[in-house]
Design a protein around this ligand. Structure first.
Ligand code: ATP
Ligand code: MG
Length: 630
């Protein structure tokens, strides 16, 4: 990587007011990071010691490149830490989960004690159906409390869950059921989306054809009259709950026993089945929830992801519950019945920590400030982002309009594979729009060239993690070669597959996917830089760029642009945008073509799939598009 990037561009340091009291409880970054570097194992042992173990570990870490074991011979159950630990003490009546349906007033609240009981009961229900330690259960549900109950019930008995986002179609579900050899499927008759029913069970019916591993399908029936269950295979959720015992002791799990399989978003290619284990994952998810989100006793925490993504696994379910938080979940989409619904939810429930994705932020920017202005967002004290680069324009808007210029914005960089936050600023630390931040204490990240040499500040390179960490994936399901690739491509480091650049302070800016890099006249351009430049134009809501062949320059930039409401496409606007990019980055990045579009191809988790645009442009096969949003 030799592309120079002007890091000074758009750089502006924002020091937000620290969160109540003293800022992050990790202390300032320098001190906490030095503490980690001096004694990485001691650092992680101290974190793990904040949780309860059935048997202490012998060694914190065993690293036989590229295979790691953490908390070797330690025994635990993650649900003991997420539930029993709170439900048996003075937190038993604290609210664990608040669910808000599509309709206002459609709510459900579960205390830690109640959630604990539901989970134990469903764990017994699974046992009654013959599910045991090591079996795989596929969960394909809408965002309802039962989805989370099902996840935790699997973890309770040592079954491996594989959650498939409820927005996926039959073929994607089928492929995941087969790959993971799921024995049981937990589903619902319907999910609700924009006031309409989505018939999940019908999709399951199609997906289980030719999936011989499946022995039973548990169906949560939400509609009345109840959906009829036909075959012997199918059982009713409520019935198996009613028949099950209320007490289920946690299975004693080895730290390295698998906890779940989860498929990646498929932004750059065929989704990979990422395997996480019980001990290290628990420690990483807990640590980051507690200390990056700086979780406090009275927080009401809302992460807008679905448990079907890693963000939901780590930051709706396992992390926040291990930290004893009150977690809000909702089946609502951001723009139905109108684009004010999420802001009303924040006001109604007094949400204090809000975690969403750049795709949502850019959508709200498109609708305009008047929507959030109708609600009081004063309860918020910390706001976060994940999934794609948070371009400076979106950062500013999020900071100012949603955070009221008073909340730290945490731009968290991490992946399904990493299991936990890796790079972000901490509450109270200076933030730089466009930069995710520095690696958090506990994580060793760097930007390097293809040989693994750290690049100079301002020079683009590959984002790598140079040391193992507890929540790292342990395997790619059925594909050890792919697993090894992550750790063997660059100098024995973990290669994330993203391009990045560091500045003098060690802050890291993610430039885009290594797969999407555009090479113009020998210069490497990250997609994020050009897209950020476009989005900083007042007429642009969202943009995606790709490289197209160019006889002279090797590649040229083509941009796809969605306009903000109130702006119309025109040739004049096209040349304005080209000029705008030229002024923001330089002539090298000037798009040679701009196309105005109504929408962009995205994964169902909301990420732009540039490879689909590219395939369309070139008239070639786009590859695996099972995760493409309809
Ligand atoms: P696939 O690996 O199948 O192509 P994916 O990489 O989109 O899919 P995820 O694990 O859901 O699957 O996403 C991780 C990726 O998302 C990161 O590698 C990075 O490209 C992007 N990402 C996540 N958070 C951030 C962030 N804060 N800033 C920039 N990019 C981010
Ligand atoms: Mg990826």
């Amino acid at each position: 990587m030799d592309g120079n990037v002007d890091v000074k561009r758009g750089e502006r340091v924002v020091r937000p007011p620290p969160s109540p009291g003293e800022g992050s409880r990790l202390g300032d970054w320098e001190t906490a990071y030095a503490r980690y570097r001096e004694d990485p194992e001691g650092f992680w042992a101290a974190v793990a010691g904040e949780l309860e173990w059935f048997r202490p570990w012998d060694r914190v870490r065993e690293w036989r490149h590229p295979y790691a074991r953490w908390f070797v011979n330690g025994a635990l159950n993650i649900t003991h830490n997420c539930l029993d630990r709170h439900a048996s003490g003075d937190h038993r009546n604290k609210v664990a989960l608040i669910w808000r349906g599509e309709e206002e007033g459609d709510e459900q609240v579960l205390t830690y004690r109640q959630l604990h009981r539901e989970v134990m009961r469903f764990a017994n229900a699974l046992k009654n159906l013959g599910v045991g330690k090591g079996d795989t259960v596929c969960i394909y549900m809408p965002l309802v409390p039962e989805q989370i109950v099902a996840m935790l019930a699997c973890a309770r008995i040592g079954a491996v869950h594989s959650i498939v986002f409820g927005g996926f179609g039959a073929s994607a579900l089928h492929a995941r059921i087969r790959d993971a050899k799921a024995k049981i499927i937990v589903t619902a008759d319907v999910g609700y989306r924009r006031g309409k029913r989505v018939a999940l069970k019908t999709i399951v019916d199609e997906a289980v054809v030719n999936a011989p591993s499946v022995e039973r399908i548990i169906v949560l029936r939400r509609t009345r009259p109840e959906l009829e269950l036909y075959s012997e295979l199918e059982v009713d959720y409520e019935e198996c709950m009613a028949a099950a015992d209320a007490f289920c002791p946690p299975e004693v799990m080895d730290a390295e026993d698998p906890l779940f399989i989860l498929y990646t978003s498929g932004t750059t290619g065929t989704p990979k089945g990422i395997v996480h284990t019980c001990g290290g994952y628990m420690v990483g998810a807990y640590y980051t929830s507690q200390y990056v989100f700086d979780m406090r006793e009275n927080d009401v925490y809302w992460c807008t992801a679905d448990p079907g993504w890693i963000t939901g696994h780590s930051y709706i379910v396992y992390g926040p519950l291990a930290a004893g938080a009150t977690v809000l979940i909702t089946e609502t989409v951001p723009d139905h019945p109108d684009p004010g619904v999420w802001w009303r939810i924040i006001e109604d429930f007094g949400v204090t920590i809000f975690y969403t994705a750049p795709t949502a932020i850019r959508m709200f920017m498109k609708f305009g400030e008047e929507w959030p202005k109708r609600s009081s967002l004063d309860s918020l004290r910390l706001i976060g982002s994940v999934g794609e680069p948070l371009n400076p324009e979106a950062f500013e808007w999020y900071y100012r309009v949603i955070g009221g210029s008073a909340c730290p914005v945490l731009d968290t960089w991490w992946q399904t594979e990493t299991g936990m936050h890796m790079i972000t600023t901490l509450a109270g630390e200076p933030m730089k729009p466009g930069f995710a931040g520095r690696p958090i204490p506990g994580v060793a990240a760097d930007v390097v060239d293809r040989e693994g040499n750290p690049v100079q500040p301002g020079v683009g390179g590959l984002l790598v993690i140079t040391e193992p960490w507890p929540a790292m994936m342990r395997a790619v399901h059925n594909n050890d070669e792919r697993y090894r690739q992550y750790w063997t491509t660059v100098n024995g480091y973990y290669t994330a597959g993203d391009l990045a650049v560091k500045d003098e302070d060690g802050y890291i800016m993610v430039l885009g996917r290594a797969d999407d890099i555009i090479i113009v006249a020998g210069h490497n351009l990250g997609t994020a830089e050009v897209e950020s430049a476009l989005v900083s134009h007042e007429a642009v809501a969202e943009a995606a760029v790709i490289g197209i062949p160019d006889a002279l320059k090797g590649q040229a930039v083509k941009a796809f642009v969605i306009l903000r409401l109130g702006h119309a496409p025109s040739e004049k606007l096209k040349s304005d945008l080209v000029y705008h990019v030229r002024m923001s980055i330089g002539p090298i990045a000037m798009p040679s073509a701009i196309e105005f579009v109504e929408s962009l191809p995205k994964t169902r988790s909301g990420k732009i799939m540039r490879r689909v645009l590219k395939a369309q442009e070139m008239g070639i096969d786009p590859g695996d598009i099972s995760t493409l949003e309809e």
